[in-house]
Design a protein around this ligand. Structure first.
Ligand code: SF4
Ligand code: MG
Length: 317
């Protein structure tokens, strides 16, 4: 399969005044193949949403490159940029906050159709009805307002809004984290069905590994603005190599109570350090039980340690 998106040594810093800079994303590289789902996991504040926003162009990168379908996103002219924003869409975590409460569903879904001048009049209305059906809602919902819907339904409206302008790539930024557990699987199933039907490519962001397990082909783990591990989904669950991934995975409950009881939970001591003054060397050193002197001085390289299995750690052989 073709590579659709490449991020190369991507950095996104935020200047917060008084000479202080938050290094939200500090040099990460990955690629996503056409039709693939890459899961992106990490604790809140690790920079995963910033990665998502930067690769769809909502933020300008501080440094590094994003290549989408062969185009350098940082070098697009106005017309190309408009086309890119159409092809790379985003679905947000909070379906309550991301829908304008004063707009009807028709207006919300129609907005992008109008901006990109895709359909008019009756065809536009038909397109909106079709999209509502595609996401499991109906045309009766078209004239209603966001507050009349449940959380799961609002997320479906958010998905219809993204699909309206025919994207190829969607960043799903914690799309199920705010939903009831009983609704989460429905939304994941919908996203998977849409991917099959429309050939979509996803970056699926979540704060814990259990949420990305089923939808992801590969999974990337981030810690404090850096990518610490990237592997095929199966390999990451069966053989996590980075100490941070191992800790995250030990927090995912196993349905079998016999296994669950005998399992060792790895409790992470200490807090995530501030991204304003991250420690030198490995950013995980302060919480890592394997840390050696070199870890405090030298940043570990992100290296292939097994087939398609990348890790940034001095100790992993
Ligand atoms: Fe731990 Fe050192 Fe590996 Fe960082 S590089 S995860 S501190 S062993
Ligand atoms: Mg993802």
């Amino acid at each position: 399969k073709n590579t659709l998106l490449v991020a190369r040594d991507l950095k996104k810093y935020f200047d917060i005044g008084r000479g202080q800079v938050v290094k939200a994303v500090d040099g990460i590289s990955f690629s996503i193949k056409e039709g693939e789902t890459l899961g992106l996991v990490g604790e809140s504040g690790c920079g995963k949403s910033t990665v998502g926003r930067t690769i769809v162009g909502l933020y300008d990168a501080t440094d590094g490159e994003v290549i989408f379908d062969g185009m350098n996103v940082g070098e697009l002219n106005k017309k190309e940029k408009k086309h890119f924003t159409r092809k790379a869409q985003m679905i947000f975590q909070d379906p309550y906050a991301s829908l304008n409460p004063r707009m009807t569903v028709t207006d919300i879904i129609g907005e992008g159709i109008d901006i990109h001048e895709l359909y008019e009049g009756k065809e536009r209305q038909k397109r909106i009805y079709d999209l509502l059906e595609v996401v499991g809602l109906s045309r009766e919902h078209a004239s209603r307002f966001p507050h009349e819907f449940s959380g799961g339904q609002r997320q479906r409206i958010g998905i219809a809004r993204a699909l309206a302008i025919e994207p190829r790539f969607i960043v799903c930024d914690e799309p199920i984290s705010a939903l009831d557990v009983s609704i989460q699987a429905q939304v994941v199933n919908l996203l998977e069905d849409l991917q099959d039907e429309l050939g979509l490519t996803y970056l699926f962001i979540a704060h814990d590994l259990s949420m990305v397990k089923h939808i992801s082909d590969r999974i990337a783990v981030m810690y404090l603005g850096a990518m610490v591990e990237l592997a095929d989904s199966h390999d990451l669950y069966e053989e996590p190599l980075h100490p941070y991934t191992q800790a995250l995975l030990s927090a995912v409950p196993i349905p079998d109570p016999n296994i669950e009881k005998s399992r060792q939970r790895i409790i992470l001591e200490g807090d995530v350090p501030s991204p304003i003054n991250p420690p030198p060397g490995c950013k995980f050193q302060g919480r890592c039980k394997y840390a050696k002197p070199i870890c405090r001085e030298v940043t570990p390289e992100f290296k292939e340690k097994g087939k398609n299995h990348f890790v940034a750690c001095h100790v992993v052989k």
